[in-house]
Design a protein around this ligand. Structure first.
Ligand SMILES: CC(=O)SCCNC(=O)CCNC(=O)[C@H](O)C(C)(C)COP(=O)(O)OP(=O)(O)OC[C@H]1O[C@@H](n2cnc3c(N)ncnc32)[C@H](O)[C@@H]1OP(=O)(O)O
Length: 209
């Protein structure tokens, strides 16, 4: 029996469990640092917090970190690896991942997403529902491409950047690390590290009083 531990019993964890079951994992055990207050998620019991999980490396074929924040996801993934866990990558059966693409460990590709030929994704990336990643793209660690976002060919995206729901990035664009692209934005210029952009064409977000 193939048993997977999922750390993070929130909405992202539920999607991960669904992807895992549909892709052949036979048993899912959740862990969450809100345990014991949080004792279950839907019909899945929560078996402990991350400290408990670290002590149970021999009980699992692999672990998956389902924490939305990319930096926390990376931190917890590193801890698990150092303790000897294999990190699973999860691909929903309705997603299409080119045989010529590479997907880093601890990543998840959700239903209806497409990753095209010669795209290379770092560890801990999330390609969410119906998102597309074009040919020859390079995504760093912990990049989240939210549902329905589209990334054209030859785009480079730095570590931990967040591509908002329904956003578009045209071809050959370079997006720095820690960038946030707002929902529905259209990115047509290179973006420096740490910026938040919104709108079409995407511009730095400014709050008006
Ligand atoms: C399965 C899942 O659920 S995955 C989750 C998917 N969710 C997402 O992708 C969410 C993406 N997040 C957003 O779009 C957010 O609005 C953010 C990150 C852009 C907000 O960034 P902030 O810098 O905090 O923006 P803030 O809220 O201060 O707004 C600043 C200005 O930008 C505007 N703004 C914010 N978001 C957007 C947007 N997506 N498009 C256009 N304008 C926007 C605001 O209206 C405001 O303008 P105003 O002062 O004239 O009203």
């Amino acid at each position: 029996m193939q048993v997977l531990a999922i750390l993070g019993a929130g909405g992202h964890g539920k999607v991960a469990a669904d992807c895992a079951e549909l892709s052949g994992w036979q048993e899912i055990h959740f862990y969450d640092d809100a345990w014991p207050e949080k004792s279950s998620v839907e019909h899945w019991p929560v078996h402990g917090n991350s400290r408990r999980l670290l002590a149970r490396v021999g009980d699992y074929d692999a672990a998956f970190v389902a924490i939305g924040d990319g930096k926390r996801r990376k931190g917890k993934s590193d801890e698990l690896k150092q303790c000897g866990f294999n990190l699973a990558s999860l691909v929903h059966p309705s997603a299409v991942v080119s045989r010529y693409a590479t997907l880093g460990e601890g990543s998840m590709v959700v239903g209806g997403a497409v990753i095209n030929a010669f795209a290379h994704l770092g560890n801990g990336c999330v390609i969410n529902t119906g998102a597309t990643v074009g040919h020859d793209c390079v995504l760093g660690f912990g990049v989240h491409v939210a549902p329905g976002a589209n990334i054209a060919g030859h785009v480079v995206i730095g570590d931990y950047s967040w591509i908002g729901i329904g956003a578009k990035i045209i071809q050959d664009i370079r997006v720095g690390a820690d960038v946030t692209i707002g929902a529905g934005a259209t990115v047509i210029t290179h973006l420096p590290q740490g910026v938040t952009v919104v709108g079409t064409p995407a511009r730095p977000s400014v709050r008006h009083q």
